[in-house]
Design a protein around this ligand. Structure first.
Ligand code: CO
Length: 256
C-alpha cells in the first residue's frame, strides 16, 4: 500500500512542478490534442514512451502491448491506428521494440506462459521466416537482439498491409513509418528502418524478410550505426551489406 501511496504523492508533486513553471500547462492541453506521432511499443515497464523520446503530454499517441505487435485482426490496435491516422492526422507511425524483450524471448523458447503464447505466435513466425539468417548468428545474445530487430520490421510490414495505411498512402498522405529499437542498457534508440512512405519501400522490406536475407543492419556491439533509409536507398544499403557479408567466404555460405 505504501508503494501505491507513493504514486499519488508523486502525481501531486509532478502536477505542482509543471504548473510552477507554466500555470497554464494543463489548461493549454486540456481542450485538444494534436500529436504528430503514433508510438507503438512494448508494454515493458523499462521502456516508458514519453521519457525515452523526450516528449511531453500531447505529443505522442501511444499503443503498447507485449512485444510491440501490429496485428491486423487486433481491434484495439486497429482502432488506435485508424484514429491516429484518419482523425488525428499523425505524420509518423513509430514501432519501437527493445533489446531484452521478454515477449520476444518467450517466443524463441518452448516454455509455456499461458494466454500470451497465443499472442506471441507472430513473433514465432518471424523466427521461422528468418531461420537462415538467425542460424548464422552464433552468439545467443546477438541472435536474440536480431529477432527483436526483425520483429520490428515485421510489424512495420503489417502496418503497410492495413487498409488504414494503404488508404492514407493512396490519397498521397502520410504517415511515414519508422522502426526503432530501444537499448535498455544505454537508454538509446536505434533506427532500424526510417521513412517508409510507399508500398514499394515496404515490399522491399518484405522481400528481404521472406528470403532470410538481412533486412536491417547487423546486430550492434555497443555503438550506434547509421539508419537504413527507405526506397532506393534502403534497397541499395541492403544490397551493399549483403554483398559485404557474402564476399569474405562465398564458398562457406551454402545458402547462396
Ligand atoms: Co518487451
Amino acid at each position: 500500500m505504501e508503494n501505491f501511496r507513493r504514486i499519488i504523492q508523486n502525481n501531486r508533486a509532478w502536477a505542482a512542478s509543471m504548473t510552477h513553471d507554466d500555470p497554464e500547462y494543463f489548461e493549454k492541453r486540456a481542450t485538444k490534442q494534436e500529436p504528430h506521432f503514433l508510438y507503438i511499443g512494448c508494454a515493458d515497464s523499462r521502456v516508458p514512451s514519453n521519457q525515452v523520446t523526450g516528449t511531453e503530454p500531447g505529443e505522442l499517441f501511444v499503443h503498447r502491448n507485449v512485444a510491440n505487435l501490429v496485428i491486423p485482426s487486433d481491434l484495439n490496435a486497429m482502432s488506435v491506428l485508424q484514429y491516429a491516422v484518419e482523425v488525428l492526422d499523425v505524420k509518423h507511425v513509430i514501432v519501437t521494440g527493445h533489446y531484452g524483450c521478454g515477449g520476444v524471448k518467450a517466443a524463441m523458447g518452448n516454455q509455456s506462459y499461458g494466454l500470451v503464447d497465443h499472442w506471441l505466435g507472430p513473433v514465432r513466425n518471424v523466427v521461422r521466416w528468418n531461420r537462415a539468417e538467425l542460424e548464422r548468428i552464433e552468439d545467443e545474445q546477438a541472435r536474440f537482439d536480431r529477432v527483436v530487430e526483425l520483429n520490428v520490421l515485421e510489424q512495420i510490414y503489417h502496418l503497410t498491409e492495413t487498409p488504414i495505411v494503404q488508404n492514407a498512402w493512396a490519397k498521397g498522405k502520410r504517415p511515414l513509418l519508422h522502426g526503432l529499437v530501444y537499448d535498455i542498457h544505454s537508454g538509446l534508440l536505434r533506427e532500424i528502418a526510417t521513412g517508409i512512405d510507399c508500398q514499394e519501400a515496404a515490399d522491399r522490406l518484405a522481400e528481404r524478410r521472406l528470403s532470410g536475407v538481412p533486412a536491417g543492419p547487423p546486430p550492434i556491439a555497443g555503438h550506434m550505426t547509421p539508419p537504413v533509409l527507405a526506397g532506393d536507398e534502403l534497397a541499395d544499403a541492403i544490397a551493399q551489406r549483403v554483398l559485404r557479408q557474402l564476399s569474405p567466404s562465398p564458398a562457406s555460405n551454402g545458402k547462396r
